[in-house]
Design a protein around this ligand. Structure first.
Ligand SMILES: [Zn+2]
Length: 323
């Protein structure tokens, strides 16, 4: 993550109160599919997310090609597999400012019985990066960046598996190479490697998903979640409606004051996928990209908020009232 001001900042509603966006029927996302039950939201556990993050970060730093990344992949495959999710390693290599690097995205679908056709799609994609930024001078565990969003996705996999038909509509993707090798992400040259590759591959499938949600840095209760400005408008509206439904306050969630570069961008542009970006306000995280991004920075409460918000959005997107 993320250098925030490479684009010209466009203020939408500023940093203040979260407001209802105007109705946006023209671009509304309509998914003819199985409703995700409202009561499934209560299944999501912040505590279980936290436990998952503790396990993940026990493998050490997770930059591309590292031992920590490889162990994380093995762990996720095992954990998701036990919950009924089939996994697929999407491997590729790319030229980076430090030379050719090998990357592996991990894709998962709920399908306890049948094999999965990885060339087709299901309606929804939920994404988080799995890699941590590579540092030579410090041990960077990346508990909030990107342990938090990864732990939330794994807990969503567990909660959703309680409703098998609903879970079958969701693809999880854990992106490699979100972080830049140099200081800041440059969307064309450095960083977003995994999401760029995944988005390009989406176009080659026999069917496409309807909507995506990308989470990042969601573990810190002391800062608000930001709804990314360049998210698809109808999904921003859904996020606002979901936050209101869950009685979030401006301390919990706000519109981002300016565009933020992250894995949602390739999905929107290269993947042509309606996408929502939800990210903790990293400008208010003095530990961001330092050795202090440790377990002290995150809480089960914040993880529960992010997970429940994401599930509420999915409930809305699959229910008559949400359309
Ligand atoms: Zn980062």
């Amino acid at each position: 993550m993320k250098s925030p001001l490479l684009f010209i900042a466009v203020a939408l509603v500023g940093c203040g109160k979260l407001e209802e966006a105007p109705e946006d029927s023209k671009n509304r996302i309509v998914v003819q599919t199985v409703s995700i039950p409202q009561n499934l939201i209560d299944e999501f556990s912040g505590e279980k997310s936290l436990e998952e993050i503790k396990t993940l970060t026990s493998f050490g730093p997770r930059p591309p090609e590292s031992e920590g990344y490889r162990k994380s992949l093995v762990h996720l495959e095992k954990t998701l597999g036990a919950l009924g999710w089939k996994t697929h390693q999407q491997k590729f290599s790319a030229v980076t400012p430090v030379g050719q690097v090998k990357f592996t995205n991990l894709i998962a679908r709920f399908s306890p019985e049948k094999e999965v056709d990885w060339n087709s799609s299901v309606p929804f994609v939920l994404g988080s990066h799995l890699d941590t930024k590579r540092f030579h001078s410090i041990t960077f565990l990346g508990v909030n960046d990107s342990g938090s969003s990864t732990g939330v996705l794994v807990e969503m996999a567990r909660a959703l598996s309680q409703a098998p038909e609903a879970a079958g509509q969701i693809e999880l993707v854990f992106f490699d190479g979100e972080e830049a090798f140099l200081t800041n992400i440059d969307p064309k040259r450095d960083g977003l490697y995994g999401s760029r590759y995944y988005a390009a591959e989406l176009n080659r499938r026999t069917s496409q998903p309807e909507a995506g949600i990308v989470l990042d840095l969601v573990g810190d209760m002391s800062v608000p979640l930001l709804i990314g400005l360049d998210s698809t408008k109808s999904l921003r509206t859904q996020a606002i409606n979901a936050a209101n439904k869950l009685k979030f306050t401006p301390k919990d969630i706000q519109m981002a004051p300016s565009p933020i570069i992250d894995d949602h961008l390739p999905l929107l542009t290269r993947g042509n996928l309606a996408t929502l970006h939800l990210i903790g306000d990293f400008n208010k995280m003095p530990y961001w990209h330092t050795k202090d991004d440790t377990l002290e920075q995150i809480s089960a409460e914040a993880l529960a908020q992010a997970g429940r918000l994401t599930m509420q959005i999915l409930v809305q997107l699959t229910s008559e009232s949400g359309r």
